[in-house]
Design a protein around this ligand. Structure first.
Ligand SMILES: [Fe+2]
Ligand SMILES: [Fe+2]
Length: 629
C-alpha cells in the first residue's frame, strides 16, 4: 500500500482486529503463544514489583512501572494534584473480574489518611499485529487530589485482592513563591531488555540476546546494537546499558521533574508511524509500508524508569517512534492510557500541553505535526497547534509571573548530524514565534547525540556563547539543545574534526574506545588557522517543499545542504541535562543554569562528567517590558 494518513492505518488495524476477534485462527494463536508471553510479562513485572517493595495478594496480579505526572489546569498552573499510572499484570493475562484499585496517600510511610479511586484501563490492539505478540495490557490510573503545596506525600497502590505496592513518595508542586529547583531532561531513551517472544525458544537465541533478557533478535525492540567502537557501550566500554544509567544519573540530581523530548521507548523501532507488522521481525525488518511494533516494550520501559518516575513526574512529548497507529488518535491513543499527558493543549494533540513550575513556563510541542523530514503526521492539527503555541507564548509574555519559557519537542529546529540534522518544517513554524516572544531554551531530541547552539534569533546566530557563558535571552535569543543522547544507538556528526577538536580535560581515549569519527569536546572553537575542523559549517536542513516516498514507504522531505555557524557544543555519546532555576523577586536577576552531564566517560572514574554549562539570566517580573525595544 502507498502512504496514507495515520487515521487510515488505525481504521485498517481496527478492521483486522475485528476479524481476529472472531477468527478461530487468532484464538488458536493466542492459546499457543499467549500463555508463554503472559508468563514472561508477569515475571518481568513481578521482579519490578518485588524490588519496589510490593506485597502479593490473592489474585496473582502485580502492579509495577509507576510513573507520576503533574496535573496542570487549563492555564498551566499545576492543580493540587498528582497523577499516577502503573501497569497491572496478571499471571493469567487478564485480571479477575471485579478487581478494584485505590491509591492511598499520606504524610509518612504506613500512615495513609486519604484514598483515591483508581481506574483500570484495558488497552487492546495487539491481536491486529501480523506476526506480533498476542496479549493484553492493563493500566491502573488515579489522580491524587488536595495535596499540600510543596509538601512530601507518601503513596501506594492497593488492589481489592490485597495486592499492595511498596511505599513511594513525591513532593507536590509548590505554591507561587518558589524556591530554587532543579529539573532534568533527556530524549531518545529506549530499553535494553527486549520483551520475550515465546514462539522462539530461549535456547535458539544468540547468547548476547539471552543475556539481554529477550528473545527477539538484538536491536529489534531494544538498544542492543552498539558497534564495538562505541565509546561507552561498545566492546570493553564502561557501561553496556546507557539508557538505564541515564535514569539512575538523573536521580542523583534530585530533580523535581524530568522532561522527555520524544522517542520514548521504541515500541515502534521503525519509527515512521506505519501500520504494525512483525511477520518479518526475526530478520530485523518490516514489510514495505509497515513498521515493527511490540507494545510490550512499554512494560520494560515503565519498569526501567520506575525507580525515578515513581517519585518524580515524567513529562513526555512525542517523537517519530511514538506514533503507534494501532492505538488510534494519530498514533497517540496508547499514550493516553499508558501516560498521564496533561491534555490542556489543542484537543487533537494529546502530547502538546503546558505547565508552569515556579517562574518557568514549559511548553510540550508535538513536532510530528510540523516535521518536514517524515510527514506521516505532518499537518494533522490543521495549524491548531502552532496557533495554540503562539497564544500561550503571548499570554506568558503579557503577564509577569513567568520569567523563563522552556519549550521541548522532538525533531530539531537547529541541530547538525549525519542522520537527521535540522528540520525545516519545525524551524519555519517555531523560530519566528520563539524569536518574537523570546523563548529562552528549546530542548530537542531525534539526533542521538548532544549538541548546543549559540543563541539564535530569526534564523541568525546572535553571538558566541562558549562553555561557561551567561546568556541574556531577552536580547540574545533562543538556545537550542539537542539531548537525544539518552541511550539509543548514537548517530555521528557530519565529517569528523581532527585533533583540533580536543576531548574534555581528564579524558584519554585509547584502544577500542577511540572514535576517529567522533566529536566530543567542551566548547567549540570557531574555524581559525589553529582549528581547521572541517565539520563546523557542514550541515543540512529537511525541506518539505518537495515530498518523496521514503524507502519504507513513508512520506518524506528532502535534504537541503546548509552552512551553519551556530553549533557551539557537540558530544557524540550519552548525556542528559540538569537545569537549575533560581527565581528572584521582581526587578532582581533570576537565572536558569543548564548543566550537560555525560554518562561514564571513558578514562574517568566518576559516575558522570559535566561537559557544558551555560547560565540564562533575566530580570524577574518584567514580562514583555524586557522585549519592547
Ligand atoms: Fe530517536
Ligand atoms: Fe526520532
Amino acid at each position: 500500500m502507498g502512504p496514507g494518513t495515520i487515521d487510515e492505518y488505525t481504521e485498517r488495524n481496527d478492521r483486522i482486529l475485528a476479524r481476529h476477534r472472531v477468527s478461530r485462527r487468532a484464538a488458536l494463536r493466542a492459546a499457543l503463544t499467549g500463555g508463554a508471553l503472559v508468563y514472561a510479562q508477569y515475571r518481568l513485572a513481578g521482579a519490578a514489583f518485588a524490588a519496589a517493595g510490593g506485597t502479593a495478594g490473592r489474585a496473582g496480579v502485580v502492579v509495577s512501572g509507576r510513573h507520576l505526572s503533574f496535573v496542570p489546569g487549563a492555564d498551566g498552573v499545576p492543580r493540587r494534584a498528582m497523577a499516577v499510572t502503573a501497569q497491572l499484570v496478571s499471571r493469567t493475562g487478564r485480571p479477575p473480574a471485579g478487581l478494584r484499585a485505590v491509591v492511598e496517600v499520606g504524610t509518612a510511610p504506613g500512615d495513609y489518611g486519604s484514598r483515591f479511586p483508581a481506574e483500570i484501563r484495558h488497552l487492546t490492539g495487539s491481536d491486529a499485529i501480523a506476526g506480533g505478540p498476542v496479549c493484553s495490557q492493563f493500566y491502573v490510573k488515579a489522580v491524587m487530589e488536595r495535596l499540600a503545596p510543596g509538601a512530601v506525600h507518601h503513596y501506594r497502590i492497593r488492589l481489592s485482592d490485597g495486592t499492595v505496592t511498596g511505599d513511594a513518595h513525591f513532593t507536590a508542586a509548590p505554591g507561587p513563591a518558589a524556591a530554587p529547583f532543579t529539573f532534568t531532561a533527556v530524549a531518545d531513551l529506549g530499553t535494553h531488555t527486549a520483551p520475550t517472544d515465546p514462539r522462539h525458544s530461549w535456547h535458539q537465541q544468540p547468547a548476547v540476546v539471552r543475556r539481554a533478557g529477550g528473545a527477539w533478535p538484538a536491536a529489534v525492540f531494544d538498544n542492543n546494537s552498539y558497534p564495538s567502537t562505541d565509546p561507552v557501550a561498545g566492546a570493553g566500554g564502561a557501561d553496556p546499558w546507557p539508557a538505564v544509567t541515564q535514569v539512575g544519573l538523573m536521580r542523583t540530581q534530585n530533580p523535581v521533574f524530568t522532561l522527555v523530548a520524544g522517542d520514548i521507548c521504541y515500541a515502534n523501532p521503525s519509527g515512521q508511524g506505519l501500520p504494525a507488522d512483525d511477520s518479518m521481525a526475526m530478520s530485523r525488518t518490516a514489510p514495505p509500508g509497515r513498521n515493527l511494533f511490540n507494545p510490550y516494550v512499554w512494560d520494560v520501559f515503565l519498569d526501567q524508569i520506575e525507580p525515578l518516575a515513581a517519585s518524580v513526574p515524567w513529562m513526555f512529548t512525542t517523537g517519530n517512534h511514538d506514533m503507534e497507529p494501532i492505538h488510534g488518535d494519530h498514533g497517540y491513543g496508547g499514550h493516553r492510557a499508558r501516560l498521564d499527558l496533561p491534555g490542556n493543549g489543542p484537543a487533537s494533540c494529546p502530547s502538546a500541553y503546558r505547565f508552569v513550575y515556579g517562574n518557568v513556563g514549559f511548553l510540550a510541542i508535538d513536532a510530528n505535526d510540523l516535521c518536514a523530514e517524515l510527514q506521516t503526521n505532518t499537518g494533522y492539527s490543521g495549524g491548531r497547534q502552532v496557533r495554540w503555541v503562539e497564544s500561550v507564548l503571548r499570554e506568558w509574555r503579557s503577564g509577569t509571573t513567568v520569567d523563563f519559557i522552556v519549550a521541548f519537542f522532538h525533531q530539531c529546529a537547529y541541530a547538525t548530524s549525519d542522520k537527521h540534522a535540522s528540520d525545516g518544517g519545525v524551524r519555519d513554524a517555531l523560530d519566528p514565534l520563539f524569536s518574537t516572544y523570546r523563548v529562552d531554551l528549546a530542548i530537542q531530541g531525534h539526533n542521538h547525540q548532544l549538541e548546543r547552539t549559540d543563541p539564535i534569533r530569526y534564523g541568525r546566530r546572535t553571538r558566541s556563547a562558549p562553555d561557561g557563558s551567561t546568556i541574556h535571552p531577552a536580547e540574545d535569543g533562543v538556545t537550542y539543545l539537542c539531548a537525544g543522547s539518552g541511550g539509543r544507538l548514537r548517530s555521528p556528526f557530519r565529517p569528523a574534526p581532527g585533533p583540533e577538536a580536543p576531548a574534555p580535560p581528564g579524558v584519554r581515549s585509547s584502544g577500542a574506545r577511540e572514535l576517529p569519527e567522533g566529536e566530543r569536546y567542551r566548547g567549540h572553537r570557531p574555524k581559525s588557522p589553529e582549528n581547521t575542523t572541517a565539520s563546523v559549517d557542514n550541515s543540512y536542513v529537511w525541506s518539505g517543499a518537495e515530498t518523496v516516498v521514503g524507502k519504507s514507504g513513508q512520506k518524506a522531505g528532502v535534504r537541503v545542504p546548509e552552512a551553519i555557524d551556530w553549533s557551539q557544543v557537540r558530544y557524540d555519546a550519552y548525556a542528559f541535562l540538569a537545569v537549575d532555576v533560581v527565581p528572584a523577586a521582581p526587578g532582581r536577576t533570576t537565572t536558569l543554569t543548564v548543566r550537560t552531564l555525560a554518562d561514564a566517560l571513558p578514562g574517568t572514574r566518576q559516575p558522570y562528567t559535566e561537559i557544558d554549562r551555560i547560565t540564562l539570566a533575566r530580570i524577574a517580573g518584567r514580562g514583555m517590558i524586557t522585549v519592547a525595544r
